[in-house]
Design a protein around this ligand. Structure first.
Ligand code: 8OZ
Length: 366
């Protein structure tokens, strides 16, 4: 029998999870027209219900929050109905599933926005790089800086999306504060040059996140709400003049919420150069600052993930690509079985190929 700490139970908020493997939030671009989840998506998530916790793919809280083709939303009645199939299918298999709430901010494109409008952001600063659209990649455009008077409306969109998630039968929600999307754009001074109470000081830049958390906690209570941050991430052209001070402050502030967890995107362990330069901002750095549970994500395998738990730097480990290709990942870790390789060509968009057709062990042995 395996003695992997990864496979020991853990209490997360009100839930007793059977293991410490989290299925990471993974954008797969397979929602149907109207950005509605369908049966195929329910099958995919249900196949992975043996994860201690599933965090869904990022799901836009409003039409304005969308930034990629065929990502699901959580603002319309049809989307709520679509998600119900997903939560029911996962619960029938005994799993737990949180919905990730998303607003992409400037990481969008007029072709994905209502009435072809400009994407919105804290400041009119265009990210370097390309947007993903229905007609392929196109350069990011200059976003429109949000008026001060618009910000409460976006906080309300988060609140309503949180209510919708409750109605759809989720076990909790995760706020996407990572990877260069709207919340991260407010946090980091490379993308936030505002001069009002949402810009300038660290406290001001963190205000939007705190207001979003308060709104969502008012719906769910604190212990079924998680937050994802990426303090060292550079994806989507993110940078900050003092990330240690910024994220140190933010994480300390989180203690007043008693959230279900803090989910940290680590610098990639398979890139030692990056890790060495930034090691002070991984889970190890935040462990003494944060009083709640920590999920660590970042290119882990069975051994490296378990080692983080053994070192007590985190409580759970999120796996992305390995959960794509191995629906029964906890079982495979238990048996130390071989893993199915993943096919990057089918990560984003398409049908069941590379989505619901990765075999579980039983099917391979049978
Ligand atoms: C990869 C492709 C599209 C979106 C993220 C939601 O980085 C994403 C994402 C990742 O968090």
């Amino acid at each position: 029998m395996s003695t992997l700490k990864l496979l020991t139970p853990i209490q997360l908020g009100p839930y007793e999870l059977p293991n410490r493997l989290v299925m990471a939030p993974l954008t797969r671009n397979r929602a149907s027209a109207g950005d509605v989840p369908v049966e195929l998506n329910a099958t995919y998530y249900a196949q992975r219900a043996s994860a201690g916790l599933i965090v869904t793919e990022a799901s836009q809280i409003s039409p304005q929050g969308m930034g990629y083709p065929a990502t699901p939303g959580i603002y319309s009645a049809k989307q709520i109905e679509g998600w119900k199939q997903v939560t029911q299918a996962v619960h029938e298999k005994g799993g737990h599933i949180f919905l990730q709430l998303w607003h992409v901010g400037r990481i969008s494109h007029p072709s994905l926005q209502p009435n072809g409008e400009l994407p919105v952001a804290p400041s009119a600063i265009a990210p370097q790089g390309m947007a993903s659209t229905y007609t392929g990649e196109q350069p990011f455009v200059m976003p429109r800086a949000l008026e001060l008077s618009e910000i409460p409306g976006i906080v309300e969109d988060y609140r309503q999306a949180a209510k919708n998630a409750l109605e759809a039968g989720f076990d909790g929600v995760e706020v996407h504060g990572a990877n260069g999307y709207l919340i991260d754009q407010f946090l980091q001074d490379g993308s936030n040059h505002r001069t009002d109470e949402y810009g300038g000081s660290i406290e001001n830049r963190a205000r939007f996140l705190m207001e979003v958390l308060e709104a969502i906690v008012s719906v769910w209570g604190s212990n079924r709400v998680g937050l994802r941050l990426s303090p060292t991430g550079t994806f989507n052209d993110m940078h900050d003049s003092n990330p240690a001070a910024l994220f140190g402050y933010v994480v300390k502030e989180l203690n007043r919420f008693n959230l279900a967890y803090l989910h940290l995107v680590e610098p990639r362990w398979d890139n030692p150069e990056v890790r060495d330069k930034t090691k002070d901002l991984g889970a190890h750095f935040f462990r003494p600052i944060y009083q709640g549970k920590i999920i660590s994500a970042g290119g882990y395998n069975r051994e490296t993930g378990n080692a983080v738990l053994e070192a007590d730097d985190a409580d759970l480990i999120a796996y992305g690509r390995w959960f794509i290709s191995n629906p029964d990942l906890p079982k495979r870790f238990e048996l130390n079985a071989e893993l199915n390789p993943y096919d990057r060509n089918t990560f984003y968009g398409g049908d069941g190929k590379g989505y619901t057709d990765y075999p579980a062990l039983e099917r391979q042995i049978a």
